[in-house]
Design a protein around this ligand. Structure first.
Ligand code: NDP
Length: 290
């Protein structure tokens, strides 16, 4: 059976990787990008460059979007909304859950079906084993196109709500950005003290490799809303984070990040959690109950 042809709109690093992967797996691929020159190398490999967005939409039922955000999605699709009827939009562009829900409703009003996607891996891992993408939206639409979408990565279907894939993606990115910033903070401290990134690397790796243990333990605290101080006490934690803050201050590096962390610890102390685990800080962070 011949493989499903697909249209890819958006040829940044991620879209390029997706087109290459579809081509390598024998799919016909029609492409369109605002900056037309980004299509040239892909055309040389067998992709078909559509002259207009309408032509790109007209070529295939399955339309993969790989754009910076939903502003870019709207800028491209709103002027050609009349061409969307009958299309399946696999929107692998990042944005908020609410914007994904709005986009799904907007697509439905124009006769199109919308799958939200959140790619979990960087472009070099597209098409590689172990990579995955969050999906959400109508299950039957996902299942009808799952085989083709799985050419790019494994598919991690999260549910019918269009916002879910975006929610999981943003949750993941919360860890990514803050963890990476804490790593750069560590390296800035090292640099200020004549210790190179290479020298610190094994210790950063050791610290992050211990994290699964902490994540599992504190998930239990958070889901049960009990924060026993049998392993760690917030009063100990605040002394530690204050040492961290002062070490960075003494080194003359930015203290924005450790100061923000210390502020959250102090708020936990103000709430009376001194004898609880620092997992009690979820009470400071979570949405206040009505
Ligand atoms: P880029 O931002 O580099 O490129 C995205 C594409 O969006 C380009 O084709 C660009 O067109 C287009 N675009 C942006 N604004 C507009 C606009 N106003 N009108 C028309 N086209 C527009 O993103 P990536 O390729 O890196 O990523 C694509 C998506 O995948 C993003 O949502 C990103 O968050 C997500 N992602 C990326 C990862 C990564 O490591 N790169 C990892 C996981 C997810 P033009 O070429 O003309 O500028």
């Amino acid at each position: 059976m011949s493989k499903q042809p697909v249209t890819v709109i958006g040829l940044g690093p991620m879209g390029q990787a997706m087109v290459n992967t579809f081509l390598e797996n024998g799919h016909d691929v029609t492409i369109w990008n605002r900056t037309a020159s980004k299509a040239e190398a892909l055309v040389a490999k067998g992709a078909t460059a559509a002259p207009t967005v309408e032509a790109a939409l007209g070529a295939n039922e399955l339309i993969v979007l790989s754009l910076t955000d939903y502003d870019a999605v709207n800028a491209i699709l709103e002027p050609v909304a009349a061409s969307l009827s009958g299309k399946v939009i696999a929107n692998l562009s990042s944005d908020t859950p609410d914007r994904a829900r709005e986009a799904a409703e907007w697509a439905a009003r124009h006769g199109a079906k919308h799958l939200t996607g959140g790619v979990q891996v960087p472009p070099p891992l597209i098409g590689k084993p172990g990579s995955a993408t969050y999906y959400s939206g109508p299950r039957e639409v996902f299942e009808a196109h799952e085989e083709t979408l799985k050419v790019l990565t494994e598919a991690d279907y999260r549910g019918e709500d269009a916002g879910l894939a975006a929610l999981y993606y943003q949750a993941q990115m919360t860890i990514f950005w803050t963890t990476m910033l804490s790593y750069y903070q560590m390296l800035a401290l090292g640099k200020a003290n004549g210790v190179s990134a290479k020298e610190l690397l094994p210790y950063a790796t050791m610290m992050t490799s211990m994290m699964p243990h902490f994540l599992e333990l504190y998930a239990q605290h958070v889901d049960s809303a009990t924060y026993p101080g049998d392993v760690d006490r917030l009063a100990m934690g605040i002394a530690s984070i204050d040492h961290v803050l002062h070490t960075h201050k003494d080194a003359g590096v930015s203290t924005v990040l450790p100061a923000a962390v210390a502020e959250i610890f102090h708020a936990g102390m103000d709430r009376g959690f001194a004898e609880n685990s620092f997992s009690s800080l979820i009470e400071v962070l979570k949405k206040p109950s009505a």
